[in-house]
Design a protein around this ligand. Structure first.
Ligand SMILES: Cc1cc2nc3c(=O)[nH]c(=O)nc-3n(C[C@H](O)[C@H](O)[C@H](O)COP(=O)(O)O)c2cc1C
Length: 252
């Protein structure tokens, strides 16, 4: 087991895995990390579909085109989940407001699920496994995937996590200067453009010597990413699963 500082700081996404099962004890520790994660008001508004079935992983690959889903040993799908509370509320006649139809409720489910995913990832990486988050499960074909996983109303896809023994350990990807993340006492734009210019070049050079084998600036990659993302229909998908912002005060 790696120590916690090394586990957190020596991190990169791993997309290629050995065909090697994860030991049951390690899986239990990953599941423990999920169930002990902090949640808003201890409401535990998330759930996880743990997938090891190869045929199912391949079907999910067909929907998302993310190869690491079919080669990983364990694929975890993190969902925002207000359904389980609804089951209990109906059985007991609890009077629960539909907070999943407010922006805050939507965020709460996504935050709970994401913190749980982060805990699972840190535990898995600490145990010598490699991971990659998969946002495409939410954006590529969410309706089809929800059907495949039998997600009821009140449950919506947030993010996936592939886990397996690394076949290769990629270099760590350089990150923005700390000043672009951490502001002291008050938010400040000071020095932003200069830091971004430096970072643009750092990533350009990183891309040249890694998979892309070409000098492509970070900002060019961001333009492409934002252009693709503007056409996502996540709100429509969430509405289809019974979420929304209709109950937000001021929304008619
Ligand atoms: C919320 C989230 C969603 C992501 N979705 C995908 C994905 O669908 N496919 C993929 O290959 N990588 C995905 N990634 C991994 C990012 O591409 C990766 O974290 C980023 O390029 C930085 O590289 P690094 O993790 O090695 O530092 C995702 C990461 C996060 C945090």
């Amino acid at each position: 087991m790696k120590n916690i500082v090394e586990t957190i700081l020596d991190r990169r996404s791993v997309r290629r895995y050995e065909r090697q099962e994860i030991e049951p004890e390690k899986k239990q520790l990953i599941y423990d990390a999920i169930t002990t994660s902090p949640t808003s008001h201890n409401g535990q508004q998330f759930s996880v579909i743990a997938i090891e079935d190869q045929e199912l992983k391949e079907k999910i690959y067909e929907l998302t085109k993310q190869k690491q889903i079919k080669t990983c040993s364990l694929f975890l799908v993190f969902c925002s989940d207000y359904h389980k509370m609804d089951v209990f509320a109906q059985a007991k006649g609890l009077d629960l407001q539909p907070i999943h139809q407010t922006l805050d409720g939507v965020l709460v489910g996504a935050i709970d699920a994401t913190i749980a995913m982060s805990n699972a990832r840190i535990m898995a990486e600490g145990l010598g496994l490699g991971c990659c988050c998969i946002g495409y499960i939410r954006t590529a074909a969410p309706e089809e995937l929800s059907k495949l996983l039998n997600l009821p109303q009140g449950v919506a896809l947030v993010c996936g996590l592939t886990i397996g023994y690394p076949r290769e350990i990629p270099d760590i990807r350089p990150k923005q200067d700390r000043s672009l993340f951490i502001h002291h006492n008050q938010y400040s734009d000071e020095g932003m453009v200069e830091q971004f210019e430096k970072y643009d070049d750092v990533i350009g050079r990183h891309n040249e010597t890694h998979t892309l084998a070409k000098y492509i600036k970070w900002s060019e990659q961001m333009e492409k990413y934002y252009e693709e993302s503007i056409n996502k229909h996540t709100l429509q998908y969430y509405q289809g699963q019974g979420f929304g912002v209709d109950k937000e005060p001021g929304i008619k």
